[in-house]
Design a binder for this molecule. Structure first.
Ligand SMILES: [Zn+2]
Ligand SMILES: [Zn+2]
Length: 322
């Protein structure tokens, strides 16, 4: 499925089989998760995708050809971080997620809404283990970004999650495994999402516009809603951190300094490092993380994006590719 211009639906297309260059592998795609970032790209909120573009950056498949790192037939995952320069000050200081010249999968490079995809083999993850292809796909961005955001909260015990979608439903399980208490803040009166959050271990779930039931030690904002920043600061105890985990957010309204005072901090989390991926993929079976997946055949990618945009999904949408 191909994006020809932002603001237009994806179109089915017959593309030539991609040919791996040196250091790349050709992957036969089995499943590809649908991420809110895909929606921001399709809707034109992220300005500079390659065009035409095959979106998708939570790719699970098997190696078909190329490279030296993987055997043919080995199961691999391809994440958002497609390649980095390896030379800039960020790459050289263990911060490859901030690389000055990165290439992102499904944005700068064609992604996984397709039968075949290329990956730079050094940035692909080996995927041994028993979790299904469909169940694994959401770990590769929702899980990874969520995990990185969770790390940024330090040892916060009382954790607020604003927006209970694909990432939060994974983070909630990891946070509970770590012994934290989880509070889920959802869209309005979204009883389905609130029930879903409680089933996954949140001890409270309610309207993000209302007050928190008690003070939080940290909050992670997954919903791309700038209004949540002052709300989350207001809910957070002295010394607490508010982590913005999305790649795009509506403007943050001005707020009184009192909300930041007391050594509270607001920060964003950008992209992922390969270390984040290795850690989460090792941790997920121990939790064990159970992803809640709604499956769509590849040709229904536009329906998956529409359902995500409208908030009709619990958990993650994943495209299955046969
Ligand atoms: Zn770099
Ligand atoms: Zn993503």
């Amino acid at each position: 499925m191909v994006l020809r211009a932002p603001g237009r639906p994806l179109e089915p297309a017959d593309l030539a089989d991609p040919v791996p260059a040196a250091g790349e592998v050709l992957v036969r795609v089995s499943a590809c998760g649908v991420c809110r970032t895909d929606l921001h790209i399709v809707d034109g909120e992220l300005a500079e995708p390659k065009l035409p573009l095959v979106p998708g950056h939570q790719i699970v498949g098997t190696v078909a050809a190329g490279g030296e790192r993987f055997e043919a037939g080995e199961r691999v995952g391809i994440p958002w971080l497609g390649e980095t320069c390896g030379r800039c000050r960020y790459c050289l200081s263990d911060r490859e997620n901030l690389c000055d010249a990165p290439a992102f999968t499904g944005y700068d490079r064609d992604g996984g809404y397709a039968e075949l995809a290329l990956a730079v083999e050094a940035y692909a993850f080996p995927l041994p283990g028993a979790i299904s292809d469909l169940g694994t796909a959401p770990l590769l961005c929702a899980g990874l970004i969520g995990y990185r955001a969770l790390r940024m909260t330090g040892d916060a015990e009382r954790l607020g999650l604003y927006g209970f979608g694909a990432a939060a439903h994974i983070v909630c399980q990891v946070a509970r495994h770590q012994g934290r208490r989880v509070f889920a803040f959802t869209r309005g009166e979204d009883a389905d999402a609130q029930q879903f959050a409680r089933e996954l271990g949140a001890e409270w779930a309610g309207d993000a516009r209302g007050p928190a039931p008690e003070e939080l030690d940290a909050a992670i904002l997954f919903a791309p809603v700038g209004d949540h920043v002052p709300a989350a600061l207001r809910a957070t105890a002295k010394g607490g951190t508010v982590v913005c985990a999305g790649i795009h957010m509506s403007d943050i309204p001005s707020f009184p300094y009192d909300l930041l005072w007391g050594e509270r901090s607001v920060r964003s989390v950008a992209n992922l490092t390969r270390r984040d991926g290795e850690e989460l993929l090792a941790l997920a079976p121990a939790v064990p993380v159970r992803t809640h997946v709604t499956e769509y055949p590849l040709e229904r990618a536009n329906d998956a994006l529409d359902d995500l945009r409208a908030g009709r999904l619990n958990g993650s949408a994943v495209l299955s590719v046969s």
